[in-house]
Design a protein around this ligand. Structure first.
Ligand SMILES: Cc1cc2nc3c(=O)[nH]c(=O)nc-3n(C[C@H](O)[C@H](O)[C@H](O)COP(=O)(O)OP(=O)(O)OC[C@H]3O[C@@H](n4cnc5c(N)ncnc54)[C@H](O)[C@@H]3O)c2cc1C
Length: 392
């Protein structure tokens, strides 16, 4: 046997990276996606060295360099006054320290780079507009049922990889039927033309504004042409739907006591989309010939900017473990689970803790600011050496 067959469910960043990784090893891949086309929301993504390293190893460096930006630092400010609290070293320091860059990118650009690479490989078949309803794990193969409004088909493969996101159906096939937990926060996202942002906030750096009612992150994407903005609103009720439109006035009301400079940035954007933020404890990640990956396996709050990065790490380890087509696939998937669970848990916990730290008030906020100042830009980056220096 020279190769294996894999069905990958979901063509998000996790599914695309997995399909590419497996196909580069010579395996036959069918990528099933319920959407009928590849549109992406206008939003950005931070790609820390633990993820960029893997994308570079996949040979995507030249294509990515055309669309990414490499900010020099994160500048941390107090949301209410705009006073600078401290900085986190990115740019050259990050690249030198972890041997890979800290990039920021428009999600649509990353998706295009991954899709182009996926489409260039003859051993990947993309099946669009089909929803996977369930998977049956058999002794010799796994088969999934996929439906569209007109059809119902079965697909059989040596293994099925569920990369179907936070509301994963494949997670149910592994015995985890609990719904994800709403974490009392809503992310407002938009991108604006750089010239619409206040000049002070339009440089090659990431801005992070901390306050008790939420925090704001912004950074340049699309080669610096756009500024991506994420504003977190603490809230007890989730919004309807996955990405609901948001009214700028409501956001400005929420941030009415923010510094004028930040309010000017937020006011510059016309259209906002809102995401309710959910996560879910890491459950089983593999059973028989089925494995989960990315948000399907370990949805994580965006407060550490690691959801997509974890999915990319998952794909890399999976690739390493199924490289040899004669290996026992069930054992390989078990080893994959063992290799990923603790890391995913640690990132999830740290992301939750970051939310508490970002939204701290009074004495706790005072202590936080002192620590940030004491550590300095390099110390702030070094705190995350375990995260950014990870090699699977
Ligand atoms: C506000 C915000 C900011 C973020 N910022 C960052 C960041 O800076 N850095 C970072 O690394 N991460 C970030 N993330 C997290 C990141 O976006 C996600 O973790 C990542 O996109 C998950 O990728 P995925 O491929 O696992 O899932 P998804 O992107 O959700 O993809 C799942 C795919 O599966 C498809 N699908 C679902 N069900 C089925 C089915 N039954 N059959 C067929 N197809 C199906 C869906 O249509 C979708 O295309 C952020 C998230 C949010 C909300």
């Amino acid at each position: 046997m020279n190769s294996r067959s894999f069905a990958v469910v979901g063509a998000g960043i996790g599914g695309l990276t997995t399909a590419l990784t497996l196909a580069r090893l010579g395996h036959e891949v069918t990528l099933v996606e319920r959407r009928t086309g590849f549109t992406e929301v206008g939003a950005g993504l931070q790609l820390s060295p633990n993820a960029s390293r893997i994308l570079l190893e996949l040979g995507l460096g030249a294509a990515l360099r055309r669309v990414v930006t490499e900010p020099e630092r994160v500048r941390i400010r107090t949301l209410r006054t705009g006073r600078e609290i401290g900085r986190i070293a990115l740019g050259d320091f990050m690249r030198g320290r972890f041997d890979a860059p800290y990039w920021v990118v428009h999600r649509a650009d990353l998706q295009t780079v991954l899709l182009d690479a996926v489409r260039s490989l003859p051993n990947i078949r993309i099946v669009m507009g089909r929803t996977v309803e369930g998977v049956v794990d058999g002794p010799d193969d796994a088969s999934l049922t996929m439906t569209s409004s007109q059809s119902r088909d079965t697909l059989t493969a040596d293994a099925v990889i569920g990369a179907d996101g936070v509301w994963s159906k494949l997670r149910h096939s592994l015995g985890d039927t609990a719904a994800p937990t709403f974490r009392n926060a809503i992310a407002w996202r938009t991108t604006i033309e750089r010239h619409l942002a206040p000049a002070e906030l339009a440089g090659n750096e990431t801005g992070l504004w901390l306050g008790p009612k939420g925090h704001v992150v912004h950074y340049p994407v699309a080669g610096g042409r756009l500024i991506n903005i994420v504003a977190i609103e603490k809230s007890d009720t989730p919004v309807e739907g996955w990405a609901a439109p948001g009214q700028r006035e409501a956001l400005l009301t929420h941030y009415r006591s923010a510094a004028p400079l930040l309010r000017e940035l937020l006011a510059g954007a016309g259209e906002w989309l809102r995401w309710s933020l959910f996560d879910h404890p890491v459950g089983p990640m593999a059973k028989g010939r089925i494995a989960l990956l990315g948000d399907a396996a370990h949805p994580v709050l965006p407060f550490l900017a690691q959801g997509a990065a974890l999915a990319i790490e998952d794909a890399a380890l999976l690739g390493t473990l199924v490289r040899d087509p004669r290996s026992d696939i069930v054992q390989s998937l078990k080893t994959y689970e063992q290799g990923r669970r603790d890391r995913a848990k640690k990132v999830q916990e740290q992301a939750r803790r970051n939310g508490q730290i970002y939204h701290a008030r009074n004495l706790v906020a005072f202590g936080r600011d002192r620590v940030i100042r004491h550590l300095g830009p390099v110390g702030m980056t070094e705190r995350y050496a375990w995260l950014y220096g990870h090699r699977g």
